[in-house]
Design a protein around this ligand. Structure first.
Ligand code: HPA
Ligand code: MG
Length: 268
């Protein structure tokens, strides 16, 4: 397997939101009243997020699906907590692509009640002609970063939540599902950690890629697939939090000073 962090050749269909983009006024949208006063603006309305996720699912399906009789599964890895909503939306779209390409289970023999058809209606779903299919496996992890005293410059991570990582990853195609990548240091450390599991391949899909400008260059690890490239603003909603709040805000929004003050915490 090549270096999964070398993404120079990756071409992206992401929607790029430029720095001078004027986000939408919150008063034009349906927001929960208990959050509305904490929202400066709506950056990406929920409908646009979901539409783009549908397109991302098609990109991913096209990359991995096969016409084999027993297609190899793709392991979707949800990085908790913030990516749970993106993960659910993406997983559903990928699941729908498989069901759309499979024919109905054979109907029961004529006249027989459906529950008593001699087994003929059971388990006989067949793929449509030329169907490309992609079975999915789902894993849920939390990633804790720390600076290893032996390598003071590079972050390292611990992966939590897997009973048997070898069983989960070895010889499999693995797709890490993230909500946002900004510096990308944690993701690069996660990819380095995963190398030990001898995967068939490993890639990253992120709903958002934050453009961090340092000097004249954009400094960030770039995911293999991403939904939107966004300006360097702090965003909340669609699973993403500020001190654990706002995950249940439907649109992706920019938080205002009142929200930052309301839920500020002294904890590290
Ligand atoms: N919002 C929430 N969590 C984050 C962000 C953000 O903008 N960037 C990195 N983690
Ligand atoms: Mg995340």
């Amino acid at each position: 397997m090549g270096d999964p962090t070398d993404l120079k050749s990756v071409k992206s269909s992401a929607i790029v939101i430029p720095d001078d983009f004027r986000p939408y006024p919150p008063g034009s949208f349906c927001l929960p009243s208990f959050y509305a006063k904490d929202v400066e603006s709506v950056l990406i309305p929920e409908g646009l997020l979901r539409d783009r996720i549908k397109a991302l699912a098609r990109e991913i399906h096209a990359k991995y699906a096969s016409t084999d009789e027993e297609p190899a599964p793709l392991v979707l890895v949800c990085v908790l907590k913030s990516s749970f909503k993106f993960f659910c939306a993406l997983q559903l779209e990928l699941e729908l692509l498989n069901t759309e390409q499979s024919q109905l289970i054979a109907p029961p023999v004529s006249g027989a009640p459906y529950h008593n058809n001699g087994g003929q209606g059971n388990g006989t779903a067949i793929p449509s002609a030329g169907a490309r299919l992609l079975p999915l496996l789902c894993e849920f992890i939390r990633v804790k970063s720390y600076v290893n005293t032996n390598s003071a410059t590079e972050n390292e991570v611990k992966i939590q939540g897997l009973a048997d990582p070898v069983e989960a990853f070895a010889q499999k195609d693995v797709l890490i599902v993230e909500d946002i990548i900004d510096s990308g240091r944690t993701m690069q450390a996660l990819l380095r950690n995963l190398q030990q599991y001898n995967m068939k391949s490993v890639r990253v899909v992120s709903m958002l890629w934050k453009r961090l400008i340092q000097g004249n260059s954009v400094s960030s690890f770039r995911p293999h697939f991403h939904g939107f490239e966004i300006p360097d603003r702090f965003v909340i909603g669609f699973g993403m939090d500020y001190n654990e709040r706002y995950r249940d805000l439907n649109h992706l929004c920019i938080i205002n000073a009142a929200g930052i003050a309301r839920y500020a915490t002294n904890q590290p």
